[in-house]
Design a binder for this molecule. Sequence first.
Ligand SMILES: [Zn+2]
Length: 309
Amino acid sequence: MQRISRRDFIKTTIAGGIGTIALNNIAKGEGNTRTMTHYIAAYDTESPNCLAACRKIVDIHRRYEIPATFFIVGKVLEASPNEYKELLNNPLFEVASHTYSHQMLKDHAIGGKAASEDKIRDDILLGKALVERVFGRPCIGIRSGWGFDKGLAGAPIPLKYINESGFQYVSSMLWGPDSSLPALLTEPFSYSADGYPKLWELPGHGWHENILKKNTFIPQRLTLWPSPMPEAIPKGFISTPEEEFAINRIFLEKAVESGNSYVSLIWHPWSLHSFDPEMKMLELTFAHVRKLGLKSCTYTDIFHKVSSS
Ligand SMILES: [Zn+2]
């Protein structure tokens, strides 16, 4: 796997005209800090309950003028194409695929076995075709259902169809080591070791927020011991937007301190909405993104930066 070095990313961002001033003291929470780390708001849009949630989410994004990437399950888009087109056809937003029907692209220690090759192929191809048909623009990114601790490394079947169908990036590294949570702050890498040097993995970070709130219950071990990020593991399920924000800020601040290229948390509109109908957590998080001086962008923006380095 070819990883992008911090120095390469700095060169790229300078070439792209983006400020790369050394980090200020984040611990002090000072505003106007300029950092090379980007923030990506992203939403795994995957159930019928996501539409009402997306209306509220979009409102907040327009108000804060913060971009986002919406990874949409094809079946969900198929059920409400006009509604989603009206909502997301905005230069602030990237619409990418979350597969056609959320099939498992690879074995997952907790989530179960991979689907058949036919189902994997159809899920990848149909998901992309639907986004492109509804929005009339290229769909260059795919996020797998569930995600995996090593992304799709060593998974020739999904990589083959993802590459053949013209996707340029995949976001599938969404778990920590040994299928633990949270997902660590992993940097992008290309799938050159698997034979696809032009295909990039853009990992997601942190918890799958639905699990943190018991909106999805996984009765198995989830965390590592000793933990690489003990400060990001709460004592139990969380119950308020403030508690959720307190965990989010740990990832945002650590990404800045470590000089990561970007940080992006794993969010699901249906789950955000059922836990926090006012979307207070989004406002707290976006205000903190501003305070830390993080530049907001989409997954496609990061793909262009890393792939041209
Ligand atoms: Zn999903």
